[in-house]
Design a protein around this ligand. Structure first.
Ligand code: H2U
Ligand code: ZN
Length: 341
């Protein structure tokens, strides 16, 4: 009998169609690899050298306004530009390229340099959610924008360039790789089952109650059955909502409540600010109805067994498929225990 808490096995991610290898028996192996330095130093509420703090000058010379809550600006080093020619080139079906246009923006969550989602109030997080929804609508309404990706890199380990609470928005003229995979899978499931994959998934997880971390009226945070990162979570609505803009006022408050609780749980895992990349996947803005799309957010934190030991996707993971040792069920029970403190 296959025991998922004991025997090596692989699990299918139905959102991407990709597999992850789970090796529960391996959790006791010794570790003599890299130990990253822990980054907990207390920050001032205002840093005169921070390019995101109010009134300060950014690279390129523009000065930030004296903003009081959130602040959005065009990324001074944007990876995508609105006026790029969208031509394609194809050399013998082997060297294929397509011009990509788009826009990149930065959203500051707060004028306070020393805050994070975990120590902002739920009301302030709600203001941020409002800005996310507005940016999704505004950028998505542009003729050439087919997809809007909102994401936060938190902590030096994840490449955040600055501790000031902020996220990025990249709006692109094509649907990028990860949301494309999800779209294909969501569509195929809708066609074969006549129901939404994520509506069914959240219902099943709530019935089983093995991987749920926290939930409120509208949203659930759970460690997905197919999680790759040790403490990865998926935040999803109990009801079918396709994008941030469609959330009602009460649902936005519930999302703020959930994000506030989840980020606080994360900071308790190693009693240190918990690094992660998080971001939303939502309905493409290409004009399609996209009944298959169900708004959700992924949290991908790299930490493994302490604030200084991280997981790397190398070796077999880079050449074959991702692998994990601690089971998603164990990770969920650890997070759930921290949530109840
Ligand atoms: P990250 O911390 O996730 O790298 O986001 C910060 C972004 O801010 C980054 O994309 C931009 C960088 O290009 N930036 C500016 O737009 N202006 C600046 O003065 C510095 C950084
Ligand atoms: Zn700052």
């Amino acid at each position: 009998m296959l025991n998922l808490q004991e025997h090596p096995h692989r699990r299918l991610n139905p959102l991407t169609g990709e597999w992850v290898l789970v090796s529960p028996h391996r959790t006791n192996r010794p570790w003599q690899g890299a130990v990253e330095k822990s980054s907990s130093s207390s920050l001032p509420p205002y840093d005169p050298s921070c390019y995101l703090c109010p009134r300060n000058q950014r690279a390129g010379g523009v000065r930030n306004p004296d903003y009081k809550s959130t602040f959005v600006f065009e990324n001074d080093f944007a990876a995508l530009k609105p006026d790029t020619p969208r031509e394609t080139s194809n050399h013998d079906d082997l060297l294929i390229a397509e011009g990509q246009s788009g826009r990149c923006r930065v959203i500051c969550f707060s004028p306070r340099h020393d805050l994070t989602l975990a120590n902002m109030t739920a009301e302030n997080i709600r203001d941020v959610i409002q800005v996310w929804a507005d940016q999704y609508a505004e950028l998505g309404a542009e003729e050439s924008i087919r997809y809007v990706e909102i994401f936060e890199n938190r902590g030096e380990m994840m490449g955040a360039s600055n501790p000031h609470p902020h996220c990025q928005v990249w709006a692109t003229s094509e649907v990028p790789v990860e949301p494309s995979k999800e779209q294909r899978q969501l569509r195929a499931y809708l066609q074969s089952h006549s129901r939404c994959l994520l509506c069914d998934y959240v219902k099943l997880e709530r019935e089983l109650d093995q991987r749920i971390v926290i939930e409120n009226e509208t949203f659930v945070a759970l460690v997905p059955f197919w999680a790759v990162w040790p403490f990865e979570t998926l935040v999803l609505g109990k009801n079918h909502v396709a994008d941030l803009q469609q959330l009602s006022s009460a649902q936005r408050s519930d999302l703020a409540d959930l994000l506030s609780k989840l980020t606080r749980v994360y900071d308790r895992v190693f009693d240190e600010p918990f690094p992660y990349t998080m971001g939303f996947h939502q309905r493409p803005t290409d004009g399609g109805a996209h009944e298959e799309w169900h708004l959700h957010a992924h949290f991908y934190p790299p930490l493994l067994r302490s604030a200084t030991v991280r997981k790397f996707l190398v070796g077999f993971e880079l050449l074959a498929n991702p692998q994990r040792d601690i089971t998603p069920e164990l990770a969920a029970s650890r997070l759930r225990e921290l949530a109840s403190r």
